[in-house]
Design a protein around this ligand. Structure first.
Ligand code: SF4
Length: 358
């Protein structure tokens, strides 16, 4: 029986972002700059924040990266999680720097007394620790006949969690990631059936922009639909800002995030070829609207022609339906005029601003 629907998982606070216990599912990403390059890392974090990222993770492989953390945390504007392997001193540096969370596997950072030191310090600082299990790097003791099965992944998480709990630490979330659908789904279902610690969802090595987003959506969507998952990351071999866009869109499709501006566009066909460039207009409108923060929910439709276009455009809060070098503009179901193709983007942005802020 499912016991840990996201409404009933343990509630955590990660630097002001609520996780679990019915909190909205949050979207995470990870920087791919050299963390020690403070300027480049902060610049990327600002772009992630503008795109709607809730929590950012940075790799902390060495002392130089750890030394950059105080400035990164101070300038980030959103909670920073330090990703640490093996060296417990880097975990202590990250906590000192004000990181809201750590992603570590306690079993990898040495003797139990070191785990205790990190746990005690994380407790004192109010930080969250994520136990991040990847199928590709399980300890041999948990393998089933030498295989990294879903059960082995869950066992590994349990062992790491037990180390923290034995040290009296409870602000723990867990991730169970594999690069394939079945193991990821099975491991997360198994975990949710018997533990109340919140789950962070993701696939490892998901792929490039299109393949990675599609694979992640298929797997994470299934879990989210079952009530499993409190935070997520769509891991992509691409600009991490795309991870945020993909994560937010997945939550919207699943009905788990209702705010923001959704852009829909027709797939185009021979009716608009050489007449109205839907793809580039929709792309430009989407990227410009994606960074607008709003608690309202809106739909903007960009349609190619007068066959299906006006109907969809009319149903949206704002819509354009293309014609020969011109477009009809619809606002809340009413046709409000015709505009030159060259003025579509600026007109849509101006109308949206007026609808949102005036
Ligand atoms: S809205 Fe018009 S141009 Fe776009 S796909 Fe439909 S028929 Fe084709």
């Amino acid at each position: 029986m499912m016991t840990a629907h996201r409404e009933t998982t343990r509630r955590l606070d990660l630097g002001g972002v609520r996780i679990g216990g019915g909190a909205p599912v949050s979207v995470q990403s990870m920087t791919n700059t050299n963390t020690a390059d403070t300027e480049a890392t902060l610049e990327q974090i600002r772009r992630l924040k503008m795109a709607g990222c809730d929590i950012v993770r940075v790799a902390v492989p060495d002392k130089a990266a750890a030394a950059a953390l105080p400035e990164i945390v101070a300038g980030a504007g959103l909670p920073v999680v330090a990703d640490i392997h093996f060296d417990y001193r880097l975990a202590l540096d990250a906590l000192d720097a004000g990181c809201a969370g750590l992603r570590i596997n306690p079993g990898n950072i040495g003797a139990v007394d070191r785990v205790k030191v990190v746990a005690r310090e994380a407790e004192r600082k109010g930080a969250v620790i994520r136990v991040g299990v990847n199928a590709g790097s399980l300890e041999s003791a948990v393998l089933e006949n030498g295989k990294a099965t879903a059960t082995a992944m869950v066992r590994s998480a349990e062992r790491h969690v037990a180390l923290l709990e034995d040290a009296g630490f409870e602000s723990i979330k867990v991730s169970l990631k594999a690069s394939d659908r079945q193991r990821t789904i099975d491991a997360n279902r198994m975990w949710a059936a018997s533990h109340d610690l919140p789950l962070h969802l993701g696939l490892t090595e998901a792929g490039t922009l299109l393949t990675g987003a599609t694979r992640s959506a298929a797997v994470l969507g299934e879990l989210l639909g079952e009530g499993i998952g409190d935070t997520l990351r769509i891991s992509l071999c691409a600009d991490p800002v795309q991870e945020v866009f993909a994560g937010i869109e997945l939550l919207r499709v699943m009905g788990l995030r209702k705010t923001g501006i959704r852009v829909i566009a027709c797939p185009t066909c021979g009716r608009c070829a050489d007449r109205f460039d839907v793809a580039s207009l929709a792309g430009e409108i989407e990227s410009k609207l994606a960074v607008i923060e709003t608690t309202k929910s809106m739909t903007v439709a960009v349609m190619g022609c007068a066959v299906n276009g006006p109907g969809e455009a009319r149903d949206a809060d704002l819509g354009v339906a293309g014609g020969r070098s011109k477009a009809l503009l619809f606002k809340r179901g009413e046709k409000i005029g015709a505009i030159e193709e060259g003025r579509v983007v600026e007109t849509v942005l101006a109308e949206i601003e007026e609808m949102l802020f005036k």
